[in-house]
Each structure stands twice: as C-alpha cells, then as structure tokens.
Design a protein around this ligand. Structure first.
Ligand code: GLU
Length: 304
C-alpha cells in the first residue's frame, strides 16, 4: 500500500476545504489559530511514518486529552471506572448539562465534558498534580520530552469555563466528585491546553493499535482487553454527537478535539493524526474528517 502517495494526494485535494470550517473561538486563545493549517501523520508499529503539511506543528489537543486521561484512569481503576462514568453515547453536545439531572449526575461517557471531569477527579485524587501526570504520560507515549501545556490557553480556558464549573458543581452535589471543584477544573483546563503535533499524537496513540503496548519502548499501557474496550468507546463516543456519521464515513475508532485534531487507529496496523482547525457544526475538524475518509477509502483499510 502506497501510503506516502495517498497522504500526498489528500494534502493536495484538501486545500479547498481548509476555509470552510469555523475555528473554535469560545476559548479566545484557540480563535487566534489560522484556519488554513493542515497536517497529517501516519505511524506504523515498526516506527515507519508518513507525514504531510503541518504534521510537526504543535497545536492544542483539547478533548483528545480525554482519551489519554481515560487511559490513565482505566489503568488505576480498571472496570470500577464504570461505576463513576457510563459508556454510552450521549446524543447531546459535548458540553451539555441536560442529562446530568435525570441521570443522578452520572455522565454518559468519559469523552463528553462531564465524564472527562469525573475522570480528571479520579486523577486528582491519585496524583499530586493530575496535569503533570498527564504531561509525563504523554511524553512517554510519544517519545517527545518537550511536550507541555500552554499556560496562555489554560488561562484563557479557565476564564471561560463557567459551563464546565456548573457541571462540576452539579456532579459534586450528587456526590460524584471527590476533590474540590476548583482543583478539578484547574487540572482539566491544563490537560486540555497540552500542545502536541500530529506526529506526537499518532505516536502516543500507537499503543491502541498494538494491543496496549507502546511498540518502540515496550511499555505496556493496558492489557489487550481494556485496549479493545477503550477503542470501542472511541468508536461510539469519540467524535462528539457525530460519532455515527464519522464511523459511517471513516470506519475507524477516533477521538477529536475542538483544537481541530483527530487521532484514529487501525488495530494491528497504524495510528494516524490529522489536524485542521476549522470545525464542522458538530465540533469535529471539517477537513480532518474528510482527510480520514479519503485515507480509508483510498487505502481500502478500515476496521470493516
Ligand atoms: N477544553 C474544551 C472544553 O472544555 C474541550 C472541548 C473539546 O475539545 O471537545 O470545552
């Protein structure tokens, strides 16, 4: 399979779509990123990779951090994690509060904001600084020791986090959070503000394509069975309220973020990350989803 050629073709054909999405500006720092960026990195378990465009440019990983936070919490709690957070698609926006009241404050899944706050609460109760644990984890998974969070993005997010705060207080009232709300929100904002490139993220997600083991370092992140389960959650809940359409078009487990990044894995083969900041109406990268659809269509490789 000539992946190099496929990625070059995607890079060439994607240009007209780069101005069609809308950059997230509800976190003002994110709104400053030019919509015209496009990068893509595909990494194989044996270390080979193919990159195009801005694949080496760091960007705000935002909700992609929820995938790695959930991995850490799954490491710590195993199946008990699901006492704290569900594993069903929500059918609502990622930052919606509506279900929380009639479901007694238990979030539907770890990839919506409410669920991610519960996951961050788990990390805050186990680590002195949850965001530091996350940064160290991502440095190990990606092999890039320079990964860190962007304090300006974290601050910008903190200043506009009233909806997340409302969710956290609401869940606290239901007894769903152990740690103080301010501590959880602080760690969550920093975790979302971590910056990584497509190359970093594709490498960091590779353990999901490799039965839970980081192929190049040999670190076992999760056993094979929880790895399967996490990938299944990505498939059903990883791309906001558009997961059904995303799977229809792309056919891969994936996690997206409002920074415009999407990571996806083909179990047994490779991990890929695409980045383009313009979002569609669901909050997924408009060009990113199209690029992944072309990748699986042109290669004939998806999970189906
Ligand atoms: N930090 C963002 C928020 O809490 C993450 C959203 C996302 O990427 O889905 O709104």
């Amino acid at each position: 399979m000539d992946y190099a050629h496929i990625l070059q073709r995607i890079h060439r054909d994607i240009a007209p779509l780069l101005t069609q999405g809308r950059v997230a500006d509800y976190i003002p720092e994110l709104g400053k990123v030019p919509a015209t960026h496009f990068g893509m990195a595909l990494v194989f378990a044996d270390g080979r990779s193919h990159c195009v465009g801005d694949a080496a440019v760091p960007f705000s990983i935002q909700s992609i951090s929820k995938l790695f936070a959930c991995t850490l919490a799954f490491q710590l709690l195993g199946e008990d994690l699901w006492q704290r957070v569900g594993r069903e698609p929500s059918g609502n926006a990622f930052n919606s509060l509506v279900q929380l009241e009639y479901e007694q404050g238990k979030p539907r899944n770890p990839f919506i904001n409410a669920g991610a706050l519960v996951v961050t609460d788990v990390l805050c109760s186990r680590f002195v600084q949850a965001e530091t644990a996350m940064v160290q984890f991502l440095r190990r998974l990606s092999g890039n020791p320079a990964i860190d969070y962007d304090p300006r993005v974290a601050q910008s997010e903190r200043e506009h986090a009233d909806r997340n705060r409302a969710m956290a207080y609401f869940m606290k009232d239901f007894g769903r959070l152990e740690m103080p709300v301010d501590k959880v929100i602080d760690a969550y904002c920093r975790q979302c503000a971590i910056t990584m490139s497509c190359e970093d993220l594709a490498r960091a997600a590779l353990f999901l394509a490799h039965g839970g083991v980081v192929p190049w370092s040999g670190e076992r992140v999760l056993d094979a069975s929880p790895t399967k389960r996490l990938s299944a959650l990505m498939l059903t809940c990883g791309t906001y309220d558009a997961a059904g359409d995303f799977v229809y078009r792309v056919g891969l487990p994936a996690k997206s973020g409002v920074g415009g990044g999407i990571v996806a894995v083909l179990p047994g083969r490779w991990a890929v990350c695409v980045w383009s900041p313009g979002l569609d109406h669901s909050g997924n990268s408009l060009a990113g989803v199209q690029a992944l659809e072309w990748l699986t269509t042109l290669s004939g490789h998806s999970i189906f």
